[in-house]
Design a protein around this ligand. Structure first.
Ligand SMILES: CC(C)(COP(=O)(O)OP(=O)(O)OC[C@H]1O[C@@H](n2cnc3c(N)ncnc32)[C@H](O)[C@@H]1OP(=O)(O)O)[C@@H](O)C(=O)NCCC(=O)NCCS
Length: 212
């Protein structure tokens, strides 16, 4: 089983949209994801996936002559099934000196295991790779879990945006972190700790954006 951070692909949209619809009201449309992946020049969408190699037991020996011949031709190799599941996803826009985290979510069944932090750290690293000066995001004032995650990475509340969420008029905190020397130093320490804890591969934060 391996954890991988990588750029989101068109083939991921179904799984991503299925998580999105559970997490956000309103969710993004599939067309929005397609646009972000294929067309937007400022967007860097990411997924965290988990690959599972599962070796299935050999089937019982076939009884008929025809089946026995077929098995001999194919050999006795066990079937190896490789299954990938998306645990969560995120989005980052880079415009001039600003990196903007547009979205981040982990499937509810997989929360509290460090995966949201891996996504945030991936986007933080991407912002550094793209030479952003600061990172900004909006978060519901009631979303204490997400705020705590952001604070861990140096974000602080800058302004309260009244009635920011149209679905229910809840206010948002505008949170920011300046990517100064101390923040970078702290980030690299957190990132190394995460890598040691989870052993994930990162094909996102230092990678070039694939062509749509
Ligand atoms: C916010 C979210 C991405 C966090 O993902 P997660 O995988 O559950 O979080 P992690 O396990 O990686 O935890 C990372 C940090 O988040 C905070 N956190 C996580 N669960 C928490 C909880 N139950 N209570 C308080 N803080 C919590 C902690 O700071 C934690 O760091 P720590 O373990 O060192 O204390 C996830 O809760 C989610 O998808 N929420 C729904 C979508 C959403 O609200 N997105 C944010 C939009 S702005």
């Amino acid at each position: 089983m391996s954890l991988n951070l990588r750029y989101m692909r068109l083939a991921d949209i179904r799984q991503v949209a299925a998580i999105d619809v559970i997490c956000f009201e309103p969710p993004w449309s599939c067309e929005s994801y397609t646009f972000e992946i294929n067309e937007s020049r400022v967007s860097h969408m990411v997924v965290l996936d988990q690959q599972t190699d599962q070796t299935l037991p050999l089937p019982r020996p076939p009884q008929s002559l025809r089946a026995r011949l077929r098995q001999r031709l194919l050999g006795d190799a066990q079937a190896l099934y490789s299954r990938g599941a998306i645990l969560g996803y995120g989005g980052l826009w880079k415009i001039d000196g600003e990196a903007h985290i547009s979205t981040i979510a982990i499937h509810p069944a997989n929360r509290g295991l460090g995966y949201g932090e891996i996504l945030l750290a991936g986007m933080f690293g991407k912002a550094l790779q793209l030479s952003a000066e600061y990172i900004v995001l909006e978060v519901r004032v009631s979303n204490a879990v997400a705020q705590r995650l952001y604070q861990k990475y140096g974000f602080s509340r800058i302004a309260r945006k009244k009635n920011y969420y149209r679905s229910d008029n809840e206010d948002a905190w505008d949170m920011r972190v300046a990517l100064d020397r101390d923040t970078r130093h702290r980030f690299f320490q957190l990132y190394e700790t995460l890598r040691r804890q989870h052993g994930f591969s990162d094909g996102y934060s230092h990678a070039s954006r694939p062509r749509g």
